[in-house]
Design a protein around this ligand. Structure first.
Ligand SMILES: O=c1ccn([C@H]2C[C@H](O)[C@@H](COP(=O)(O)OP(=O)(O)OP(=O)(O)O)O2)c(=O)[nH]1
Length: 163
């Protein structure tokens, strides 16, 4: 298996900036790095930093507390965990999250966020606990076209390169 990346926690300052100055030291200290469940699972499970209840149609932005350092020609793709998708239609708002290798070097430390929605069509509320796995990330290698001349430098996420 190719070893292409390493997960880290973001700094406390970066993590707490998503919580309006609240003291979230306990939550921060308990953050676990994403893990694969079995020897041949493709997906690294990402764990919730806090308990979460999502009513049908409710959306929440999750600061994962995680950043990832990876080789330049790799990308981390984020997907819902199949179980939660099957049972509740838990969705990522952007359908698939794309974490670029150069996001790691952004001013926000490459903090990975997930925007999720309970898209239930059976009126089911989703109740999850802190440290439950809620999405999975898969590392993929990608290529570029022969005459590619992109030289831009990323700083930030979600539309940052078109600002
Ligand atoms: O679910 C996601 C998706 C993206 N990102 C971060 C990592 C990624 O490298 C950056 C930009 O994402 P993307 O390239 O998908 O967004 P874009 O809207 O095309 O913006 P950009 O112009 O910044 O590339 O935002 C997340 O934290 N979570």
């Amino acid at each position: 298996m190719k070893k292409v990346a390493k997960f880290h926690k973001v700094s406390y300052e970066q993590f707490s900036s998503s919580f309006d100055g609240k003291d979230v030291h306990e939550m921060y200290d308990a953050i676990c790095l994403p893990k694969r469940a079995t020897a041949q699972s493709a997906g690294y499970d990402f764990f919730l930093p806090f308990d979460l209840e999502l009513a049908p149609n409710e959306t929440k932005l999750i600061p994962t507390g995680i950043r990832v350092e990876m080789l330049a020609n790799w990308v981390l793709q984020l997907y819902p965990r199949s179980g939660l998708g099957f049972k509740f239609r838990l969705q990522l708002n952007n359908t698939v999250g794309i974490i670029d290798a150069d996001y790691f070097y952004s001013d926000n430390e490459g903090h990975i966020f997930a925007k999720i929605t309970n898209d239930s069509n059976e009126n089911k509320t989703i109740s999850l606990k802190a440290h439950d796995g809620f999405m999975q990330g898969i590392f993929m290698e990608y290529g570029i076209v022969e005459d590619d001349d992109a030289t831009g430098v990323r700083n930030g996420g979600f539309g940052s390169t078109s600002k």
